[in-house]
Design a protein. Structure first.
Lengths: 661, 286
């Protein structure tokens, strides 16, 4: 018979103000197996924990029930107390009297007291059946994969590599740099975005600890924390980068020109190209979809002119596998596809209605116009520019409820740039609310207003072309009047959405996404860089819209988490994982179907029964490193062969009996 | 094809030429329009602004009549179309309302009738099939297709994209007339404001006329009796008020379609417009 001790916590007046704790302790003393019970003001406090330790020693307790708050808060605290008393820490069971009882029933004290007694009886019944558990140990591969080479991926890679760990940085575009390197200046300090990001790009390329794979994609991820297997596809570049010197002859000779993605379609590039002059690596790739040689087999001009003979039209994709211990997902953001839903702004029919990111390229000295703000339609300098905020943000009618966080500030910066570069320019900004939460942001917004930007509170209901002008019609909701502005250019503060393909990445690595498709962090406040899958961390706008300071902070946070993980030689795994009783398992693998963590595998075992020849059969087996202890498999198992350690079928049924019989 | 026809009050009075053209073109295209017997007013403008129940009950009666005939219905007037669709939606979302309506009507409301605008019914025949009927191409005529508000709004009720409707443009293009791209195709014509706030309504009408002509249109094509009357009947008054000299004929889309299909202009009601369409039609040898 186990010797159970029950400790009822008052939690000050949180529990003690509603429940009669001494009475509860007295009743608990009569439950089977309970040899000691008491109450205390704050069991989690130092003297409270000592009370547990001393009682264990004095009364020879071998199971402990703490009736206090949620196990989410203090289960680990009390387990440590058991450990200090020399008891297996998993001999602890908690009854949640606070969140499940006193807080929710303050007006029904008598009924609450009865419920509390039931909760404690349940915990005691389970405690009697607890088994000692001990964590497993798994080795750690000291290498980190970073998916995405924007500023978040770059920062995480540098931080991890600086700690002396090996990093693989995989980027699907031909260069790293992401969205940040497209920007002209950064708010609110107005320092040049390329000037602060290109040195970091170069640092990545030159870092001895970082292996850079551009124009490559992660195709498959398997394994678990500390031991991931990753398959990477290096897309064919058709240029041998070991020979190429990046001289640039090929792209000046290439006869094909296609809209330039890097310049948001405002300029053109060749079929063999580097995205921009400071690209890393600074060597071209051939865009197979547009190359004449690759499509029609006729052309070959770049190969003819290449002095290094680096062009190789026969190059194929290469697929290789690597093992890593941790993964940082930094897939960044894309722009809301406003052309599909904003009919009132013309569905993208008017060339002079552009996105904020296109404006960045337009105003960028390295952009298609050399930094002159010109209308895409006729190349004229716009005199009246209208900015519309919250296009694809805070607009339920368009399916996006959230705030994209960066648009207020980049629009203020754009307004400043128009007023600075175009003498006599008129700038109007339509807004819903102006949100300037960061350091120096509000000051910047004020400055832009002082410079002459006119802020109008209201949504724009319609933009249409009238001759060479764009007529912008909206409402000034502060004046309560309709407004009509004849503009030369309209810039939409297009919202931030997850980068294209982020859903596929999520599925591939087995992490969840939120309702808007951003990667789901493990806890919105306290675990913002972790995912629910151990060993996979998040950095930057893939987790939610972020400005550069926040992105870099989170990336460094993820880097720190990776270091903390990979600098260990071995990992302790939670012992509360599923276990398959192979003797009962029929091999139906229903458990594998429901497992959200892909922690269940089919294995073939050889069974030797007395008097029969050995026979082989398939059974399910849990990979403990992957199992998160959710218990789905135990429900799916028809044979009752799967048990979750710490929550076994027997233990749960004992609880049900205690409550219902 | 047989389909229930709900002309609405306007088509019996100020918009008789819309009715004439609609029936003639439909017959020519093999669409049998079956009048809903004993139909009543849809409740537009008067009922729905004063009594929310009447606003649903009036159109509901027409829907019940149509369902008793076992036919879907097509509606030429944009305001009628809007009221019928709105009533159907409200009844679909509110069971109590359905019960009350059935009680008042003394017959059950089932909500099975599909409601189409005449524009949808005609374009639904197929643009290629329509193009095959064109014997007198309107080459050289440039028109602004004008949808107004009630035909396309609100989203989910209207019969085309509320911000950039294009079905009428595609339809008129089968006649070889050119359609212009303009910003006012879904603006309000002023509607019934003419009676209460003349200047506001005339200003709206003026802006539509100005934008259409600014875009190079010889004429405006519409699918709503109220739009047509505000732009046609009131064009002289608009000119007087603002000192303008617009002479823009305002057609109903079946009129232009009928003309291109070789039907008699008089039978299509083309002689009863306030702004004489002759000058515009001269470019196509009308």
């Amino acid at each position: 018979m186990p010797r159970i001790g029950v400790f009822v916590c008052w939690c000050g007046s949180n529990i003690g103000g509603v429940l009669d704790c001494p009475e509860l302790a007295r009743v608990a003393g009569s439950f089977p197996g309970v040899v000691f019970s008491t109450d205390y003001k704050y069991v989690c406090s130092d003297p409270g924990q000592n009370l547990i330790v001393e009682s264990i020693r004095k009364h020879g307790l071998d199971r402990v029930v703490v009736a206090s708050c949620s196990p989410r808060l203090h289960e680990e605290t009390f387990r440590q107390a058991l450990r200090r008393a020399g008891l297996n820490p998993y001999f602890l069971e908690m009854a949640n009297l606070r969140e499940h009882c006193s807080w929710v029933h303050p007006d029904a004290q008598e009924a609450a007291q009865r419920k509390a007694i039931d909760l404690v009886r349940r915990a005691v019944a389970k405690a009697a059946l607890l088994e000692p558990l001990s964590p497993g140990r798994i080795p750690v591969i000291k290498r980190c994969l970073v998916i995405g080479g924007g500023i978040a991926g770059i920062q995480a890679a540098l931080d991890v590599a600086d700690a002396g760990l090996e990093v693989l940085l995989v980027e699907r575009e031909p260069t790293i740099g992401g969205n940040m390197v497209k920007l002209d200046k950064t708010f609110p300090t107005l320092d040049c975005s390329a000037c602060i990001s290109t040195p970091k790009m170069v640092a990545v390329a030159q870092h001895p600890g970082i292996k850079l794979y551009t124009y490559a994609e992660v195709e498959e991820v398997s394994g678990y924390i500390g031991n991931f297997k990753v398959r990477i596809r290096q897309k064919a570049r058709y240029v041998d980068h070991s020979k190429c010197t990046g001289c640039g002859t090929c792209w000046t000779k290439c006869p094909t020109s296609v809209p330039d993605e890097f310049n948001m379609g405002l300029g053109e590039r060749a079929a063999i190209y580097i995205p921009f002059p400071q690209a890393v690596p600074n060597k071209p790739v051939i865009d197979a979809a547009h190359c004449r040689q690759l499509i029609k087999g006729k052309c070959g001009i770049c190969a003819k002119h290449c002095p290094a003979e680096a062009i190789d039209y026969k190059q194929r994709d290469e697929v290789f596998e690597v093992e890593v211990g941790a993964i940082v997902v930094a897939t960044g953001f894309g722009l809301f596809q406003w052309e599909k839903v904003y009919g009132e702004y013309g569905y993208g029919r008017y060339p002079d209605v552009i996105t904020g990111l296109a404006f960045e390229r337009l105003v960028n000295a390295a952009g298609p116009t050399g930094g002159k703000i010109q209308r895409p339609s006729d190349g004229k300098e716009p005199k009246t520019v209208v900015f519309i905020q919250c296009v694809g943000s805070r607009d339920e009618a368009k399916g996006k409820e959230y705030c994209s966080r960066v648009c207020c500030m980049y629009t203020a910066k754009h307004a400043h740039q128009v007023l600075e570069k175009i003498p006599g320019a008129q700038v109007y900004v339509f807004y819903i609310d102006v949100r300037t939460f960061g350091k120096g942001y509000e000051e910047f917004y004020r400055r832009v207003q002082d410079e002459g930007a006119v802020y109008i509170r209201g949504r724009v209901s319609k933009v249409y072309q009238d001759g060479t002008k764009l007529i912008v019609r909206g409402a000034d909701t502060l004046l309560g009047e309709p407004v009509e502005i004849a503009a030369d250019m309209v810039v939409l503060a297009t919202g931030v959405v997850p980068s294209a393909g982020a859903q596929d990445v999520a599925r591939m690595i087995g992490v969840s996404v939120d309702k808007d498709g951003f990667f789901q962090e493990a806890h919105p406040k306290l675990r913002p860089v972790e995912t629910h899958t151990g060993g996979i961390f998040l950095a930057g706008a893939c987790q939610g819209p972020k400005d550069i300071p926040d992105t870099v902070s989170q990336a460094s946070g993820a880097g720190g988490k990776v270091c903390a993980l990979l600098l260990k030689d071995e990992l302790e795994t939670s012992p509360m994982v599923a276990r398959v009783n192979e003797a009962l398992c029929t091999g139906c693998l229903a458990c594998r179907e429901v497992c959200p963590y892909r922690a269940i595998q089919a294995v073939t075992i050889t069974e030797r029964l007395p008097g029969q020849p050995p026979r082989e059969r398939v059974v399910a087996r849990v990979t403990e490193g992957l199992c998160q202890g959710c218990g789905s498999c135990t429900v799916a198992c028809r044979a009752g062969a799967v048990d979750l350690k710490g929550f076994t079928n027997e233990q749960l049924l004992a609880e049900v009996d205690a409550l219902c019989l | 094809m047989r389909i229930g026809y709900y002309p609405g009050c306007s088509l019996q009075s100020s918009a008789r030429e819309y009715d004439l053209a609609a029936r003639l073109v439909a017959r020519h295209l093999g669409v049998q329009l079956v009048d809903i017997p004993d139909w009543n007013c849809c409740g537009a403008s008067a009922a729905h602004s004063t009594d929310p129940f009447l606003a649903v009950a009036l159109p509901a009666r027409n829907l019940v009549l149509a369902s008793e005939m076992g036919l879907d219905i097509t509606v030429p007037c944009a305001a009628c179309y809007h009221r019928l669709r709105m009533a159907q939606r409200e009844l679909a979302h509110d069971r109590d309302l359905g019960r009350k309506v059935a009680e008042v009507l003394g017959r059950p409301y089932r909500g099975t009738v599909r409601i189409y605008s005449l524009l949808e019914t005609i374009t639904g025949i197929g643009l290629e099939q329509l193009a095959a009927q064109i014997v007198r191409p309107l080459k050289g005529l440039r028109v602004a297709c004008y949808y107004g508000c009630l035909l396309v709004r609100p989203p989910g009720i209207g019969c085309d994209d509320p911000e950039n409707p294009e079905s009428m443009d595609r339809l008129i293009e089968t006649t070889k007339a050119e359609t212009v791209s303009w910003g006012y195709k879904n603006e309000c014509c002023g509607g019934a404001l003419v009676f209460g706030a003349r200047e506001a309504a005339f200003r709206l009408a003026r802006d539509i006329l100005r934008n259409a002509t600014g875009a190079g249109a010889h004429a405006i094509v519409c699918a709503c009796p109220l739009c047509q009357s505000n732009l046609d009947l009131r064009q002289g008054q608009v000119n007087k008020m603002f000192g303008t000299n617009f002479a823009v004929p305002i057609f109903y889309f079946p009129q232009l379609l009928g003309l291109a299909m070789g039907l008699n202009p008089r039978d299509l009601g083309l002689t009863t417009h306030f702004v004489d369409p002759q000058r515009a039609l001269k470019v196509v040898g009308g």
